[in-house]
Design a protein around this ligand. Structure first.
Ligand SMILES: Nc1ncnc2c1ncn2[C@@H]1O[C@H](COP(=O)(O)OP(=O)(O)OP(=O)(O)O)[C@@H](O)[C@H]1O
Ligand SMILES: [Mg+2]
Length: 461
């Protein structure tokens, strides 16, 4: 089927191969695209419209469908595609789908134009490849549009196939970089260009403007359609309904203008939620946790203790002496009967000294560095995002804070979606520019929501 394909004209290709995509496999069976996935697939194979914008829910199969379509057109029609993504991780997901599905058919493998010293096996294991070339002249390349890739870089890469462009998660590409891409398309005759933008409607940026432009052909898919098509189960939708960004991820609605600040951030909790959480006296029920935020010069060291349902400031001081803070932690642990596994100390700057000293004393507390890898990498950018989000869930579900002016800092915290499409908390330096202060009370509270470090494995030699 594909043998003829390379020679076939576009019309013949469409007529003869209504189910062209079934050459691809998923779990060793021919893939079944859902009705709207087919629409996306043929939108690309046929170059039906010069400008297309597709809004579709998360995990719908956007990137996979795009990958299968461009692989088909690159091999079957010798087309050259450039896929732009907002982050390297997102660009890699697409390239990995392309590589994985090359192995679905001999047709793709034999069309590959590979460097002789790269075996198929090696290709499959490669994790840094950004392009694939095919003997007929077709090709695929991916590029991430992040700060690391300068404008010149982008221009150089787009020379390869700059008139057939796909923007995956287009809304997460910022306006200046998007403008650069658009300018480059201007170098081609309009009718020779093809630009398909696909993603969730995260921001009211260029993605919002094009959605309202007559120049674009638009396809809208939300979770209701995904449900009808069987891409999601009702149970799954119920489960994610209260998660962050359900409106954007699944309902596929652009945010209201007043929901976001100019940089795209939203507040973590509302004033009403915060006020509702305040109580007068601690309720020390069940197992307790301790979060110790050790501040740098002039900032407070704050120690929050939290039970299942309630958190309070146990102590604060301004000492810069490591041993004093070590002793404060030991005293709180003793008084409140908190085990070392339930103690979380920040592991950066001065906090590192405190963590190290405690460990030397045999008190195996959790040293938490906020930038470290989270437990759930599919949702959070780092530990900071993970613990902050755990706090948000807790307070929304009725968690209580014992009144303390310091906890007003809860209202300072903002979050947004990162270019990897995971939750990110506003960096401390940007927050401090807004507030003029380090959020030490909030940090100590958030630390009580950090994931526990795994127990060290005992090794026998
Ligand atoms: N037609 C299908 N049949 C079975 N599985 C599918 C189908 N389409 C997509 N999937 C699976 O769904 C998952 C998500 O696919 P994909 O990464 O393409 O989604 P996405 O919409 O790009 O998600 P994200 O919003 O996270 O970028 C993958 O595991 C993929 O294999
Ligand atoms: Mg995707």
């Amino acid at each position: 089927m594909f043998g003829e394909l390379r020679l076939a004209s576009k019309d013949r290709l469409k007529m003869k191969n209504e189910e062209l995509y079934r050459i691809f496999k998923l779990h060793d069976k021919p893939i079944e695209l859902s009705p709207m996935q087919k629409v996306i697939f043929y939108e690309i194979i046929d170059f039906s419209h010069i400008r297309t914008q597709i809004i579709a829910p998360t995990q719908y199969g956007k990137t996979l469908t795009v990958a299968l379509a461009i692989l088909t057109a690159a091999v079957g029609m010798s087309e050259r595609f450039t896929v732009l993504a907002p982050s390297e991780k997102k660009a890699r997901i697409l390239m990995n789908y392309c590589i994985e599905h090359l192995f679905d058919s001999e047709v793709f493998l034999s069309a590959l134009d590979l460097d002789p010293n790269i075996t198929w096996d090696k290709l499959r294991r490669e994790r840094t490849r950004t392009n694939l070339s095919f003997k007929g002249g077709g090709g695929i390349q991916v590029l991430s549009l992040d700060a690391r890739n300068t404008r010149r870089n982008i221009e150089a890469v787009m020379g390869f196939g700059g008139n057939r462009l796909i923007l995956d998660e287009s809304s997460l590409i910022d306006d200046p970089l998007y403008a650069t891409v658009k300018r480059m398309l201007g170098g081609y005759k309009y009718s020779d260009t093809f630009l398909l933008e696909i993603g969730n409607p995260f921001y009211r940026n260029h993605f919002y403007r094009t959605w309202n432009s007559d120049l674009y052909h638009k396809i809208f898919i939300d979770y209701h359609i995904g449900l009808q098509e069987g891409r999601y189960s009702p149970e799954f939708i119920d489960e994610v309904r209260d998660e962050a960004y359900f409106d954007i991820f699944y309902e596929c609605k652009f945010p209201e203008p007043d929901q976001l600040d100019a940089r795209g951030y939203r507040f973590l909790v509302t004033d009403t939620e915060y006020q509702k959480s305040l109580i007068e006296t601690p309720v020390p029920d069940g197992e307790l946790k301790l979060g110790a935020d050790i501040g740098a010069g002039g900032d407070f060291n704050v120690f929050t203790v939290r039970s299942q349902k309630c958190a309070w400031v146990e102590e604060k001081n301004q000492t810069q002496d490591t041993m004093t803070n070590v002793n404060v932690i030991r005293d709180i642990m003793k008084k409140r009967k908190i085990t070392a596994r339930n103690v979380f100390v920040d592991d950066i700057g001065i906090g590192r000294g405190v963590t190290d000293r405690l460990k030397e004393l045999g008190i195996k507390v959790n040293g938490i560095s906020s930038g470290a890898k989270p437990k759930d990498t599919t949702r959070y950018k780092n530990i900071k995002a993970e613990m902050t989000w755990n706090f948000r869930k807790w307070i929304k579900e009725g968690g209580k804070l014992v009144k303390n002016e310091g906890y007003n800092q809860v209202l300072w915290i903002k979050y947004k979606v990162s270019t990897d499409k995971v939750i990110q908390i506003e960096p401390k330096d940007e927050l401090m520019q807004r507030t003029g202060k380090s959020p030490d009370y909030f940090d100590s509270l958030a630390l009580t929501f950090a994931p526990q470090k795994p127990e060290p494995k005992i090794r026998f030699i």
